[in-house]
Design a protein around this ligand. Sequence first.
Ligand SMILES: CC(C)(COP(=O)(O)OP(=O)(O)OC[C@H]1O[C@@H](n2cnc3c(N)ncnc32)[C@H](O)[C@@H]1OP(=O)(O)O)[C@@H](O)C(=O)NCCC(=O)NCCS
Length: 190
Amino acid sequence: MNIQIRLARLNDAPEIGAIHETGINMIPAVTLQTAPFAEYETFVSSHGGDYPLYVAEVDGEIAAWACISPFSSMAGFRQTGEASWYVHPAFAGKGIGKKLAKHLIREAERAGILTNVVARIAASNEPSLRLARSLGFTDNPFGGTIKRAGLRFGEWVDVVFLNRPLGQEAKPEAESVTPTAERPSQLWSA
Ligand SMILES: CC(C)(COP(=O)(O)OP(=O)(O)OC[C@H]1O[C@@H](n2cnc3c(N)ncnc32)[C@H](O)[C@@H]1OP(=O)(O)O)[C@@H](O)C(=O)NCCC(=O)NCCS
């Protein structure tokens, strides 16, 4: 299988949206709040620089995407990013998610700007939790599980809050973190 990882382009938005929308259907206990496809263009264009969005192509077809989004819109927290990863069901379980997520973390570490990447994963989403933990994410000691973080069909959804510190090279004086006009995370349900 020939897997190529590259930065996302604006015209990838429909595939990225389709993978997201099928992906969240696979997550147990996640509210199916999806974005209109047009909004995925905003999502793609709001990434770049220190908050990259990558796609994995298998034989030229987009099979997965992963990104780091700003964790908070407050300028003081720009050094913390939030990771997301989604693999099309047709390509799940083939190592693509891990390869892509590893690339995401490795590149963030190499850039040396962000100090931490967090992930908020539904407590019932075992594949994603295992993936995160295999990459060095650990339960956040300050609040491992956000109880009753959301609702699905009248049932509370707990969300595990994980943290992955990045390399010690992160430069405190670096102020070059790309500002984003709009938080893409408002498109997300988990
Ligand atoms: C979670 C997801 C990204 C994993 O991607 P993938 O390409 O299928 O996973 P990989 O084949 O690369 O496996 C990576 C790791 O995930 C875990 N994993 C994958 N599928 C799993 C399953 N069905 N059950 C338990 N763990 C699983 C394993 O720990 C695996 O590592 P290992 O094989 O070394 O043990 C993918 O299942 C997905 O897109 N799910 C729906 C969307 C989603 O949940 N996104 C995350 C939102 S927080």
